[in-house]
Design a protein around this ligand. Structure first.
Ligand SMILES: C[S@@+](CC[C@H](N)C(=O)[O-])C[C@H]1O[C@@H](n2cnc3c(N)ncnc32)[C@H](O)[C@@H]1O
Length: 162
C-alpha cells in the first residue's frame, strides 16, 4: 500500500526565517540562526533523554515549497540536476532534513541553533545525531565536488551574518 500515506506533525519549527531566498541553504551555513522547536504536548514523553545529544536530525515538511519538479537548478550551481541529486525543497515528497545543534531542552521546547527552515515549518520527526552511526568520510560528493568551499559558503549563507 503506497497511496495516501499520512503523517501528522509532532510540532512546529520557529525560526527568524520568513523569506525562502534569504534563508541559509543548510545548517552548516546557518551558525547563529537560533530558534525553537515547539513539540506538541501529546509527544512530550518522547523528549526524555534528548538533552544528552549535542545535535539532532529534524525531519520536516516544506510547507511553502512550489510544485514538485524532477529537474532543478540547485542553489550552489547554475546547471540542471535531477532533484534527487539535490536538496531542493520542491520534491515529489517535500521532506526536509536538517542537523541542528541542540542548545537546551525546556519542557516541550527545544532551543536549537543552525536552522535553515522557515518559521512555521511543520515538524514530522526528531532523531538524535549519533557520531557512531552518522559520521561518514565520503569518497565522492557528485556535482558538489565541482563547487569550491568559498563559493558554497558565499552562496549558501544567502546574506546571513551572525
Ligand atoms: C535547500 S533546503 C535544505 C533543507 C534541508 N537542510 C534539507 O537538506 O532537506 C533549504 C531551503 O529551503 C527553503 N525552505 C526552508 N523551509 C522551508 C519550508 N518550510 N517550505 C518551503 N521552503 C523552505 C529555504 O529557501 C531554505 O534556504
Amino acid at each position: 500500500m503506497t497511496e495516501g500515506i499520512v503523517y501528522r506533525p509532532i510540532g512546529v519549527i520557529r525560526s527568524r526565517h520568513r523569506e525562502p531566498d534569504k534563508t541559509p541553504i543548510q545548517p552548516v551555513f546557518a551558525e547563529g540562526c537560533g530558534g525553537r522547536v515547539e513539540v506538541f504536548p501529546e509527544f512530550a514523553d518522547g523528549l526524555r533523554d534528548l538533552e544528552g545529544f549535542s545535535h539532532l536530525f529534524l525531519v520536516y515538511h516544506f510547507h511553502r515549497c512550489g510544485e514538485p519538479r524532477l529537474s532543478v537548478r540547485p542553489f550552489l550551481q547554475d546547471a540542471e540536476r535531477g532533484v534527487f541529486a539535490t536538496r531542493a525543497p520542491c520534491r515529489p515528497n517535500p521532506i526536509g532534513l536538517s542537523v541542528v545543534r541542540l542548545i537546551r531542552v525546556e519542557g516541550m521546547v527545544l532551543h536549537v541553533d543552525r536552522l535553515d527552515a522557515l518559521d512555521g515549518t511543520p515538524l514530522l520527526d526528531i532523531k538524535p545525531y549519533v557520531e557512531r552511526f552518522d559520521k561518514i568520510d565520503t569518497e565522492k560528493n557528485g556535482w558538489q565536488d565541482e563547487v569550491d568551499d568559498d563559493t558554497a559558503g558565499r552562496l549558501g549563507k544567502r546574506g546571513f551574518e551572525k
